[in-house]
Design a protein around this ligand. Structure first.
Ligand code: AMP
Ligand code: MG
Length: 625
């Protein structure tokens, strides 16, 4: 009965950036589209119904609901849609739901309306609580008094963007629903496909409990790596890109060869195609030339005994012929006759077999591969114009610290320029991530929370530097812990040691978090040995780092019980084997050691001091694409 008082608004105007900029609402889902599932569940609950969308307007109009487009050109967030919805709302209340929530509760409007009435509130929004977890608000599922539009407009005009920010000064009630799955929104194409599987099966505590003698304050590198590996989830969303654009991207599916390459047996040389059985056992034999075959112009002539065909490299082998005599191996030859000596070639020589490069039906390239130049050529040889690749991983990053100045700013007393953002930028760029540089964030809880939330709502992963050690002004840990399942480790390594890892959540969006240490070398080492693998795993890529060995030209002091990453320069030793020396001062703040190095010397946990001449593991930097 309240339905007539409430208009419904489906928020479908987002960029769908986590799905590779697809229009989320129009994604196929259970034999229709996401937005149609939302429509079906929402229609019975409301009176007039509209869709807020910014793309594919004609498709949305076909669903028999007015389509409202945003007027805020620079801001695609849900509040822009809400504002348009309220402006066009002809009933006292407006209910919004996102287009990617195909399981929304059938009593959503009724329960929000009841709460609004009961508390005489301006806004009622849904929330869920799972056993042992904090209440999780879902502010995009919200019932609003339509006459509160001016409050929203003022908030937006002041630059406010937070979906739950605009009603701070209004009366808002939270309505807790039992069924968390009903509010499940779908962020990736893979989630869309595999909804049966829970998105995040484990908590960090569960994963860590599988480690023998787990101690967060003395965690071996390999245990930290294992926990990270078991906790992160791939983001699998597939997009088709033009062949050239696939360079450096992660192949999303096996590429099965639709043809044999080459398609036919063909000649590897310019010469004469013949039947190997006709070759002379001794002396010489003369063949009659019955046709000429050029590459791309096959012959229909079938040579008989004592006959041959002149053939060019790449020419299709005539029927019955299995061997090619290169023209320079002939005693004499022209377009009429050819004479060959015994032993000039063997039967079967100089013939390329159909499918010897790529066999029809076989996987030419495996999913997870990062596409390299040779692969572009391989794909072209199969005739593929478009390649299925994983969408780029979105990674947000920022530096923390009151002492940090950005380049361009004057460097005050006791300050340093923020270099970590540049090394992190470089490392992420090399991995092919889509990056969101959020600048320097001050050591202040509000600023940190805001930055983390924004990062979380816009990215798949967040990388921060600084603030995870025990420093007094470091609020980073406290804020990170508030926003999700985050653990703080002291890893048995040098440089490095403090590391935060986990998953943070804000407004129903979650992102994996890597809180790296602040020291410039430590941040790079931690990135390469913890974040890199995890990011690749999220990208669906299979690109392990192979450690090679080199002879140490000097003695290196090292205590067993921690992993050390020294910066080295590798050269070819006098006897030809690779030789490595260190780059001098190895302090974790000395970035020059990293810049001068061309490899990292990896001294493992159990390893003690190295004598000059000992073999050590190294990781060449050139392997880090
Ligand atoms: P923290 O982990 O925040 O205690 O930082 C450790 C050290 O790294 C301090 O000397 C910081 O000044 C330095 N540091 C932190 N972040 C950065 C950065 N982004 N660029 C350069 N140095 C940094
Ligand atoms: Mg700091």
């Amino acid at each position: 009965m309240e339905a007539g008082l409430i208009s419904g608004l489906i928020l479908a105007g987002g960029r769908g950036s986590r799905m590779g900029n697809v229009d989320k609402g129009l994604q196929p889902f259970r034999s229709s589209t996401m937005v149609e599932h939302v429509l079906a569940r929402l229609r019975p609950q409301v009176g007039p119904l509209a869709i807020s969308a910014n793309r594919n307007l004609d498709t949305y109009r076909a669903f028999n609901a007015p389509v409202l487009t945003d007027e805020m050109a620079d801001f695609p967030g849900p509040l822009a849609g809400l504002e348009m919805g309220l402006r066009h709302c002809t009933t006292p209340y407006l209910l919004t739901v996102p287009c990617d929530s195909p399981f929304l509760p059938l009593d959503l409007a009724a329960r929000l309306f009841a709460a609004l009435q009961e508390h005489d509130a301006d806004v009622a929004y849904a929330a869920t609580q799972e056993a042992g977890m904090l209440v999780q608000p879902h502010p995009v599922f919200c019932l609003v008094r339509a006459d509160r539009l001016p409050v929203l407009s003022a908030y937006l005009a002041q630059g406010g963007r937070r979906v739950d920010g605009w009603y701070r000064d209004l009366k808002a009630v939270e309505v807790v629903f039992d069924d968390a799955d009903a509010f499940r929104n779908i962020n990736t194409l893979d989630e869309l496909r595999g909804l049966e599987q829970p998105a995040f099966p484990a908590s960090l505590a569960q994963v860590a409990s599988c480690i023998n003698g787990y101690d967060p304050n003395a965690l071996p590198v390999r245990d930290a790596q294992r926990i990270i590996r078991e906790f992160v989830q791939p983001v699998r969303a597939v997009e088709m890109v033009a062949l050239r654009a696939s360079l450096g991207r992660v192949l999303a599916r096996d590429l099965v060869s639709p043809i044999n390459v080459p398609a036919h047996d063909n000649s590897a040389m310019d010469g004469y195609a013949l039947r190997g059985a006709d070759l002379p056992l001794d002396g010489v034999a003369t063949f009659k030339v019955v046709d000429i075959v050029y590459a791309g112009k096959p012959s229909t002539v079938v040579p008989g005994a004592g006959e041959c065909v002149r053939i060019m490299t790449g020419g299709v082998m005539p029927a019955g012929c299995d061997s090619v005599l290169p023209q320079e191996f002939a005693d004499s030859g022209d377009d009429v006759a050819m004479t060959v000596r015994a032993g000039a070639i063997r039967a079967g020589d100089n013939r390329r077999l159909a499918g010897e490069d790529l066999n029809i039906g076989s996987a030419a390239l495996k999913a997870g591969r990062i596409i390299r130049p040779a692969d572009l050529g391989l794909c072209a040889s199969l005739g593929f114009a478009e390649i299925p690749v994983q969408r780029r991983l979105r990674v947000a990053f920022f530096s923390t610290g009151d002492e940090l100045r950005s380049i361009g700013e004057p460097l005050g007393e006791g300050c340093v320029y923020d270099s970590n953002r540049y090394t992190i930028y470089g490392m992420l760029q090399r991995l092919g991530c889509e990056i969101i540089d959020m600048g320097v964030v001050r050591d202040n809880p509000e600023a940190l929370e805001d930055a983390l939330r924004t990062a979380c709502e816009n990215a798949d992963a967040i990388i921060t530097s600084g603030g995870v050690s025990v420093g007094a002004a470091d609020y980073t840990k406290q804020v990170m812990a508030q926003l999700g399942d985050v653990t703080f480790w002291k890893v048995g390594m040098r440089p490095g040691r403090p590391l935060a890892f986990g998953r943070v959540t804000s407004n129903g969006r979650s992102a994996f978090l890597f809180g790296l240490p602040g020291n410039p070398v430590a941040v790079m080492v931690s990135f390469y040995f913890f974040a890199r693998d995890a990011l690749l795993q999220m990208m669906g890529a299979n690109a392990p780092l192979p450690l090679l060995q080199a002879r140490s030209s000097e003695a290196i002091r090292k205590k067993p019980g921690r992993t050390e990453y020294q910066r080295g320069i590798i050269t070819r030793g006098a006897d030809g084997t690779p030789e490595v020396r260190l780059t001098g001062a190895q302090g974790s703040g000395i970035l020059r050691s990293m810049s001068e190095a061309n490899c990292m010397v990896v001294l493992h946990d159990e390893q003690g001091s190295v004598a000059a001449g000992d073999m050590v593991d190294i990781l060449p930097f050139e392997g880090l694409f």
